[in-house]
Design a protein around this ligand. Sequence first.
Ligand code: CIR
Length: 253
Amino acid sequence: MPKLLVRVPSPLLADGELTHRDRVAADAGLALSQWRDYVAVYRDRGWQIIDVEAAPTQPDGVFIEDALVVFDDLVVIGRPGAESRRGEIDTARAAARTLGLPIHEIEAPGTLDGGDILKVGRTVYVGASSRTNDDGFAQLETLLTPRGWKLVAVPVTRVLHLKSAVTALPDGTVIGYEPLVDDPSVFPRFLPVPEEQGTAVVVLDPSTVLMSAGAPQTAALLRSRGLTVVQTPVTEFEKLEGCVTCLSVRVRR
Ligand code: CIR
């Protein structure tokens, strides 16, 4: 049964970090109900939900994907590029331990946010963003190359994280909203989508993706390619530069 790590949003969500967007007040009550609906999408499909300990004083703690990444059966604990987010790691580590998998941690001076990691087959695209530095990339490369992964550094200057700009469909096609993608030619198969909120998809199964309710044209485009598209509203998280991917860690084994 696939597992999903999630962390309930903090009442301080509206105070989260912002890098590329102007602040628009997020509604903590609406965020909580959107988060519950998001989790229900997975629960209703049989995923086991694992609640990471709440971190009410960490405004960005709900974006749990940034704290840890799973490669095969190895868990990598990141080191947040934003100092304000480093306090999220202790509780994320504790949750990772419950998975019973080996754990490796990125160490200073490296920084690495999970939002900068996009896996496509055995390739790991790593965003060179304001959050993930060269040392973080080098530590990950040393760890993963012997395990059969190929790492590719990708420039990210127009958005917060690599996965704010691009994600991948079940067939490995990388999708993105071109004005936000520094260099689409990095990806062997790239499909432009018509909306910014359409860049982020989570693969639920080989024929189904989850995406924001704020991207109807992209949903139609993906349906025309034969995919089943589930949409859920995530407006309050999008205000904080979040999206459907960063609200969870998917453990598919
Ligand atoms: C931050 O700036 O860290 C949060 N406000 C948003 C993090 C979103 N995470 C992601 O895209 N992976």
